[in-house]
Design a protein around this ligand. Structure first.
Ligand SMILES: Cc1cc2nc3c(=O)[nH]c(=O)nc-3n(C[C@H](O)[C@H](O)[C@H](O)COP(=O)(O)OP(=O)(O)OC[C@H]3O[C@@H](n4cnc5c(N)ncnc54)[C@H](O)[C@@H]3O)c2cc1C
Length: 483
């Protein structure tokens, strides 16, 4: 069942507990800090439900249509279909929203490609993986994830302290009906807008941290669960013109606090198995299927950044200066090169158990790493190309509502044939990409959303076929000797 935007908005008016500071937010679909982004998510559901996008954004199985991001790929063309669906969604948001509904759907789809990995392992609930997957694709569920413990919980003694003093999320009691969870999990991007959340552990746990290994997919309105949002960047009363990306795409990040939250057994994927809790992402296609989406999104964002960079240099009049062209050429090479890294994941696809295929894991981790290492420098280059342009414009476009100020603005801010409102529009957009609160949060997002850099480098290390790599040198060295 594919949902319309209106049906989606109805479903997230579910009484969930959201706080911005001490203010309780009762309905994100109408609250001024959240309603714009809720509309963006609704528009994404409408985009998918539009018959014109049917072939790109949905697939048919068993006589029903499902979102393309729930497709379990069996051959290269299925991978291409997933890739194109991600691209269509990312283009709608210019690649600046991380937690679109196609993101975490990839984790669950990847798990459902190899539930057998969980079968036979203590605490692994393989049947639940399949029923959760079926529930999510049949109900067109938008899920986010919270799979990192709070920073204060990194100290093992702290982690294992008892009762409610324990910050890291853990099972505190069990019954025939399910488990009870207490503690904190971070940092669920998009949780105020999602239907459900995947709770788990992407970083390894110590073997004795069995109670923290709980992995489940739950609705966000469970009694006892509260969502503590970071400061929203939308400023009520500020126009879209002055903050265009913030206005539509402030997807929000929230810490999830669990106070005696009851989770039924059928929602649980891993329980009481620290190693399995983390391995389900990297020993199944889950991490790869999910992060291809993040790669496609970043490629889309890079193209947007290149586009803004070039237009800004046109507006400053510097575009044809050789040094500026050189900089644009470098950015263009980054953009094309990164797109090739993403498309190459399809060409060099890998076969996996169960007759499925996935994107090339090594190429994927290389692209994840490239993006996290280079995003900030690219932002800085764009900022440099802007010069002080952004600061030369008035505080708000509302100057044009005053006839006298408008006339002065149109006269003094003109640059050659470029009229000032258009120039200001471009610089406001560029600033929202590199300098605003929204932009600043994005630089942290690109560094951390997939985990810290040392963990990503470790994925690259452990997936390298070192014997083959060593053989390159060793086979050459065997061709000569000391004599
Ligand atoms: C904007 C944003 C959105 C996010 N969205 C989500 C989300 O939707 N879902 C989710 O689950 N998570 C999300 N995250 C959380 C993200 O997964 C974590 O921030 C990330 O895993 C890093 O963990 P940390 O923030 O606790 O940093 P820490 O683990 O405390 O690391 C901070 C820094 O300390 C250093 N460091 C710490 N440990 C080591 C070590 N062992 N070796 C070397 N250096 C070390 C490194 O410099 C590291 O960068 C998001 C984060 C951000 C910033």
């Amino acid at each position: 069942m594919l949902r319309s935007g209106r049906e989606y908005l109805e479903s997230i008016r579910d009484g969930r507990t959201i706080y911005v500071g001490s203010e309780r937010i009762h309905d994100v679909t109408t609250h001024p800090l959240f309603e714009n982004c809720a509309r963006t998510y609704a528009a994404l559901f409408d985009l998918k439900a539009d018959p014109a996008n049917r072939d790109t954004l949905t697939y048919e199985a068993e006589g029903e249509r499902f979102s393309a991001y729930y497709l379990r790929p069996r051959h290269k063309e299925d991978l291409r279909k997933r890739n194109l669906a991600h691209k269509r969604i990312a283009e709608f948001c210019l690649g600046v929203m991380g937690r679109t509904p196609d993101a975490v759907a990839g984790s669950i789809t990847g798990l459902a490609m190899n539930p057998g990995y969980l079968a036979g392992q203590s605490g692994g609930h393989a049947d639940n993986v399949l029923s959760i997957y079926e529930h999510m694709r049949r109900n067109d569920v938008f899920s986010t994830y919270a799979i990192v413990p709070p920073q204060g919980a990194r100290n093992k003694d702290y982690y294992q302290s008892s009762g409610l003093a324990q910050p890291g999320l853990a099972v505190t009691s069990e019954a025939d009906s399910g488990v009870v969870l207490n503690g904190v999990k971070m940092l669920a991007t998009g949780a105020v807008y999602a239907d459900e959340v995947l709770i788990g552990n992407i970083m390894p746990l110590a073997p004795d941290q069995r109670k923290q290994s709980i992995t489940c997919v739950i609705p966000l309105n469970l009694p006892g669960l509260s969502l503590w949002a970071r400061t929203p960047f939308v400023r009520p009363g500020r126009s879209e013109f002055d903050n265009p990306l913030t206005h539509r795409f402030d997807e929000s990040d929230t810490v999830l606090v669990f106070k005696d939250v009851k989770v039924p057994w059928e929602k649980i994927i891993v329980h009481d198995n620290a190693e399995l809790s983390r391995n389900i992402y990297v020993k199944t296609p889950a991490h790869v299927i999910a992060n291809h989406q993040s790669n496609v999104r970043f490629a889309t964002k890079l193209r947007f950044m290149l586009s803004v960079a070039s237009l800004v240099t046109k507006a400053t009049g510097a575009r044809d200066i050789p040094a500026v062209r050189d900089t644009l050429g470098r950015l263009a090479a980054y953009e094309a090169g990164f797109s090739a890294m993403v498309d190459g994941q399809i060409e060099a696809f890998q076969e996996v158990d169960g007759g499925y295929v996935m994107f090339n894991r090594r190429y994927l981790y290389a692209a994840v790493h490239w993006a996290m290492e280079n995003h900030s420098a690219i932002v800085d280059t764009l900022r440099e190309l802007m010069g002080g342009g952004h600061f030369q414009f008035p505080a708000s476009i509302n100057v044009i509502q005053d006839p006298e100020l408008e006339s002065m603005f149109r006269n003094y801010w003109r640059a050659g044939d470029d009229e000032p409102v258009g120039r200001m529009k471009l610089f406001r957009l560029a600033w929202d990409l590199v300098g605003s609160d929204h932009a600043s949060r994005a630089t942290s997002y690109e560094k951390f959303f997939v985990g810290p850099a040392f963990a990503v480098r470790n994925y690259n290390f452990v997936n390298t076929p070192w014997d083959e790599v060593h053989a390159v040198t060793e086979s050459f060295m065997r061709q000569y000797d000391a004599g």
